[in-house]
Design a protein around this ligand. Structure first.
Ligand SMILES: C[S@@+](CC[C@H](N)C(=O)[O-])C[C@H]1O[C@@H](n2cnc3c(N)ncnc32)[C@H](O)[C@@H]1O
Length: 364
């Protein structure tokens, strides 16, 4: 589990029993031949259940498609609630730099496990925790009460923050955003830290750590944190190009930009946060498709003959392949920095991406 840099974390992890917060049944990562996730049931296999609960790298999936629970049996769907894996719970609480007596806002209560850890750190009276789903909110609150914790537990949309118990020293999200809500900043004290998993439509899974000063939040991406989306931040994935298209050549082999791993994908997503991509086809007919949020601008690039005059097909007003090639060149021109050298400033004018220093703005 790594070193305990924040001294409060060791006694907190010792005091909170993860098994008390884990449901009797949850889905694991193993799937059957139809791709359905298999259920771990404490009553049927207590050892297997316990091994998974304590596996530092495994989250315990307890809801899919916003409604389906593991009592339904093997299931294939979109994960909508889980108990996060121990390693990322630990990393995030460490990054939060919590001190005794801090007032903390936690968004994404679910089981209540990391709310309980936070109660150990700051005291129940100083924690407000919010869960969107009413069934999960009631279950999380019950778990917390049963384990002896009494934070302010709210069922609501955490993107609005929670004004009645503001201002906060720390705001921590355990679901991913694609922009930082103004309310979180407005409900923060001077010097507060906001820590949130941050996704772009291009690539998921960054961890953003901001500090609030005079109504502006600014800070870097400090690592990776793959979380499910905040419910209203989920992408819609509309693809709706018109009939008119144009063709052009690609200045670059798509393999140079795509398929090189998460670090480059995440970095490109910082430059092009509203562009999604997906691959289709195989071998010589493999293509990458990019589309913008409206779904009207689309680019399709052939891998097999990428050097040909007509390898790129474009729809709509934007040239998304040109934009991606431009972002890649811009990144190369500044020395191919790691994504942790990038940061975000959020002020009343919007979000500004910077490299190394907030004054070195790359995108506004
Ligand atoms: C990965 S789970 C959180 C895990 C939790 N911290 C635990 O230890 O059990 C993410 C949770 O965020 C909740 N959520 C998603 N969008 C939300 C929102 N806008 N406001 C509050 N909760 C939200 C989901 O319903 C889900 O239960």
């Amino acid at each position: 589990m790594g070193a305990f840099r924040s001294p409060w974390l060791r006694p907190a992890f010792e005091a909170v029993d993860r098994e008390v917060f884990a449901p009797e049944m949850f889905w694991g990562y193993d799937t059957d031949d139809d791709g359905r996730h298999l259920v771990l049931n404490k009553a049927a296999d207590e050892d297997g259940w316990r091994r998974t609960v304590w596996n530092a790298h495994r989250s315990l999936i307890m809801q899919m498609n916003d409604a389906v629970g593991p009592e339904q049996g093997p299931f294939k769907g979109d994960f909508s609630s889980s108990i996060s894996a121990l390693d990322i719970v630990f990393e995030k609480l460490n990054q939060l730099e919590v001190e005794a007596g801090h007032k903390v806002l936690h968004i994404g209560t679910a089981s209540g496990y990391d709310s309980a850890l936070l109660c150990e750190g700051v005291g129940s009276a100083n924690l407000t925790t919010i869960e969107f789903d009413p069934v999960l909110a009631a279950w999380g609150a019950k778990n917390l009460e049963g384990a002896g914790y009494s934070p302010t537990a709210i069922c609501g949309d955490g993107l609005d923050g929670w004004a009645p118990t503001a201002p906060y020293d720390r705001v921590i999200a355990t679901a991913a955003v694609r922009s930082i809500p103004r309310q979180w900043i407005e409900q923060s004290k001077e010097g507060a830290i906001i820590l949130a998993p941050f996704n772009t439509l291009y690539a998921r899974g960054g961890l953003l750590k901001l500090q609030v000063r005079e109504g502006t939040a600014s800070g870097r991406f400090v690592g990776g944190a793959c979380y499910m989306w905040m419910r209203s931040h989920r992408p819609e994935h509309r693809i709706n190009p018109g009939d008119e298209s144009r063709k052009e050549a690609s200045p670059i082999d798509p393999d140079e930009i795509l398929g090189r791993g998460w670090v480059l994908d995440f970095t490109m997503g910082l430059y092009l946060p509203d562009v999604s991509f997906a691959h289709r086809g195989e071998g010589e007919s493999r293509q990458v498709q990019l589309w913008d949020r409206s779904g009207t601008s689309v680019a399709i690039v052939n891998y097999g003959d990428w050097w040909g005059d007509n390898s790129v097909t474009l729809y709509g007003s934007r040239n998304l392949w040109g934009e991606l090639v431009h972002a890649y060149s811009a990144w190369r021109n500044v020395g191919q920095p790691h994504y942790t050298r990038y940061g975000l400033t959020v002020d009343s004018a919007g979000e500004h991406l910077w490299l190394d220093e907030p004054s070195n703005v790359i995108r506004s």
